[in-house]
Design a binder for this molecule. Structure first.
Ligand SMILES: [Zn+2]
Length: 187
């Protein structure tokens, strides 16, 4: 549920999620500029607002930090996707050119998508698909995802052969995978 709150006379949008698992309130500002509040079941919205206000300086500092990247935090996912699609494509094309000078794999098309649950995929038609949010990941994490999908052009599985292929260009892929997993699809 999208909500709005006034912090120091600024209108700030946030997504309010209710979680059965959450034991306490959680605030998160991600690098794509989205602000997400997760609350335990049955917690009153006014308690949520009070908590956000207590942490208001932290929230604004985070949002302003990401604003420096030119992210408009009040845009919704679809609008952000349309805004950043081309920029992401340019970025991915450049990185693929860079990494593929080693691998020399043949691919068909590169697509930038707005997927909910995936960072990237490689189709049987040899198309490489990437989530536009890859643009907001730390560079090493984005690079790993790009190398991962590139390697699927050779190995359509997650076999030892596949991981060895990934490791030729990203030797510390295990650490990076863990880091990405912790971030979920929001970051
Ligand atoms: Zn894979």
């Amino acid at each position: 549920m999208t909500k709005q709150i006034k912090i120091h006379s600024r209108d700030i949008n946030y997504t309010l999620k209710t979680s059965k698992k959450a034991k306490k309130l959680r605030l998160a500002v991600y690098c794509d500029g989205s602000f997400v509040v997760t609350k335990p079941m049955g917690l009153n919205d006014r308690v949520v607002e009070k908590y956000i206000m207590e942490k208001s300086n932290w929230v604004l500092a985070k949002i302003d930090h990401f604003k420096k990247f030119g992210v408009d935090i009040n845009k919704n996912d679809k609008q952000k996707y349309l805004t950043y699609k081309n920029k992401t494509l340019e970025f991915v094309q450049e990185r693929i050119q860079h990494f593929n000078s080693t691998y020399q794999f043949k691919y068909n098309k590169i697509n930038i998508k707005n997927q909910k649950t995936r960072w990237g995929s490689c189709s049987k038609k040899r198309n490489l698909n990437f989530n536009y949010k890859i643009l907001f990941l730390p560079k090493h994490a984005a690079d790993y995802i790009i190398v991962h999908e590139l390697c699927h052009l050779k190995e359509f599985n997650h076999s030892t052969k596949f991981w060895n292929l990934v490791a030729t260009l990203v030797p510390n892929h295990k650490e990076i995978r863990k880091e990405i997993r912790n971030k979920g699809l929001y970051f």
